[in-house]
Ligand binder design. Structure first.
Ligand code: ADP
Length: 137
């Protein structure tokens, strides 16, 4: 069993797609261990997107991620990290296949509906970043 972290981004919230996206994950057999709506602070986003800090579009990502509250999910299931990334599709929504979440609902490279942990190490760090022990079930 693995737990992965998904962030429903502001474009997902603005398009009223949170339920649809959660339904897809539940349809994959994943169990919701945690679910939390929050406003992402500068410090949290600098930590979460530290691998992009030197990119020219970094300030744009921070502004986008702060444009509405986001929803953090902790989802559990066998091989959940890979399963969720596969169903999300690639970062660039314009090349994501139809049937994938980003292919069906995303707009571009930045407005791509959701984030998902990309490895065991990042999942563990993201669980700690977004949830306390009492938030997880
Ligand atoms: P992923 O979210 O697919 O793991 P990355 O970790 O590379 O992708 O990027 C994190 C997020 O930063 C992306 O989901 C997207 O919202 C944004 N992003 C990545 N590349 C670009 C880009 N070239 N232009 C604008 N935003 C980007």
């Amino acid at each position: 069993m693995e737990t992965t972290v998904v962030l429903l981004k502001p474009d997902c919230i603005e398009k009223n797609l949170a339920g649809e996206v959660i339904k897809r994950f539940e349809g994959l057999g994943l169990r919701i261990r945690g679910c939390k709506m929050l406003s992402a602070s500068d410090a949290l986003l600098t930590d979460h997107y530290s691998h992009l800090a030197d990119k020219p579009f970094f300030p744009e990502i921070v502004a986008f991620m702060q444009s509405t509250p986001i929803i953090a999910l902790a989802l559990e299931g066998p091989d959940s990290i890979n399963l969720v990334r596969e169903n999300l599709g690639p970062t660039d929504s314009t090349i994501a296949p139809k049937g994938s979440i980003r292919g069906d609902f995303g707009s571009d490279k930045m407005r791509n509906i959701a984030h998902a942990s990309d490895s065991n190490e990042s999942a563990e760090a993201e669980i700690r970043r977004f949830f306390s022990a009492s938030d997880l079930f």
